[in-house]
Design a protein around this ligand. Structure first.
Ligand SMILES: [Cu+2]
Length: 67
């Protein structure tokens, strides 16, 4: 398992963090997600043989946020 923190711009409320949490959790290979509105980031634990940081970043961007 690999652990990463991705900074995210554009989250303004609990709905935003909920959206980011949902899209990241839906990525195959992701085992844990902790999104922080206060720190404007997401801590993600994932299996690097199944997904990549680039794929995680594009999932966040597809949800309408900047990474
Ligand atoms: Cu919001």
């Amino acid at each position: 398992m690999q652990h990463t923190i991705i900074n995210i711009k554009g989250m303004t409320c609990g709905g935003c963090t909920g959206s980011v949490t949902r899209v990241l959790s839906a990525v195959a290979g992701v085992s844990a997600v902790q999104v922080s509105l206060e720190h404007a980031n997401a801590e993600i634990t994932f299996d690097p043989s199944i997904t990549t940081i680039a794929a995680l970043r594009s999932a966040i961007e597809d949800a309408g946020f900047e990474v």
